[in-house]
Ligand binder design. Sequence first.
Ligand code: SF4
Length: 447
Amino acid sequence: MKNVGIISLGCPKNLVDSEIITGLLIKEGYNFVSEEKFDKADVLIVNTCSFIQMAKEESINTILELGRYKKKGKCKFLIVAGCLVQQYKDRLIKQLPEVDCFIGTGEIFRILQIVGGKAKKKLYVNLPGCLYDAKTPRYISTPFYMAYIKIAEGCNNRCSYCLIPSLRGEYKSRPMSSILEEAKILSEKGVKEINLIAQDTTFYGMDLYGEFRLSMLLKELVKIKKIKWIRVLYSYPSHINVELVNTMARYKKICNYIDLPLQHINNKILFLMNRHYNKKDIVNLICYLRSKIPNLSLRTVFINGFPRETKEEFNELLDFIKKIKFEKVGSFIYSREKGTKAFLLKSQVPEKDKKYRQKRLMTLQQKIIYEKNKEELGKIKEAVIEGKCGRKKYLKARLQEDAFQIDRSVYVYSKEAKKIGDFVQVKITGSDVYDLEGICIEKNSVH
Ligand code: SF4
């Protein structure tokens, strides 16, 4: 049996592509090996990210590292897929001679032809982005109780700093029946938490049905008995409508969690970013969301040091964060990407100022979440057990309002034995800057 190893870089949308590549190969009789066994792999694959400079460097370094396996191991095929290929195309062939074949974001289904030795070319790049359906072989690489479902590919928002529309194409929604069928299949396999992903999940359906259909999709998904949590990631502020908010507020299964990348709050910068909303829209939206969805956990992301951002505009952003007190904030320093409109903007902010602004912003947020975590003390919340944590009788768990791998953990004391994937009721008893502590309070933890 041949062995295949894959490294998936970048976002969960790219991870789904990697899971499809792996699923296709396993169906073809390949055996999936983890990183520590890459020296035994016949085929090694890197599914790359090209979102910002740092991601590109990580992609190149990973390819070179796997290239070394090819020189010393039994690896016959080194294949590079994903956004880096879609962006740089044939320029990569000269720079990376150790790679046998390059496939763009629209070519992942070509993997069998390539490992079957039937590839006629070294590079396959076509229209970006591809959608799969419920019957597409997919190897779920996340823990058995949770999975991502990609509901659409591509993006039409055209933010001035972003390459993704050129790497993933126009927005393409998956038919609702295909998503529902996949969710049912996953739930039969033991998946309890579904994470809906796309570049912009809130635009779902507009291209295919001529209307926003995320609310309708959620109403169908909550009917799947075995699913306990449904989380929506990557919302776009001006695509959130009343119907969607009412649906999210109405169903307990839909996590009281909104991932709402805002990028900035100053109107001039939002305009230069080509974000289709202004400060007043955002303040009204956040007030409305918090008034409708109880215990809402709001996650957002900001870009630091966008061209022409003045100290005053940065301070306006800090004041906004101080006022709103988000539950979760991530931040990027602006990365000047060739091929984007923002690349051509004058008055680029010096790197040291970008880094200084990011540090100030995240230090402020640290203080906010420290206070917010303290407010959790005494509350009773649902959590999923995710693993051991090296403390006797304590387990690592995650609350419904925390997303996998990006948000906080809760370390739970349990008298009774619990298994990974158990859903339990937890009373919060302790907090620190990042994480929480608690005790299991329900005997009959629901598996
Ligand atoms: S919404 Fe903007 S930042 Fe996000 S993928 Fe689309 S163009 Fe890029």
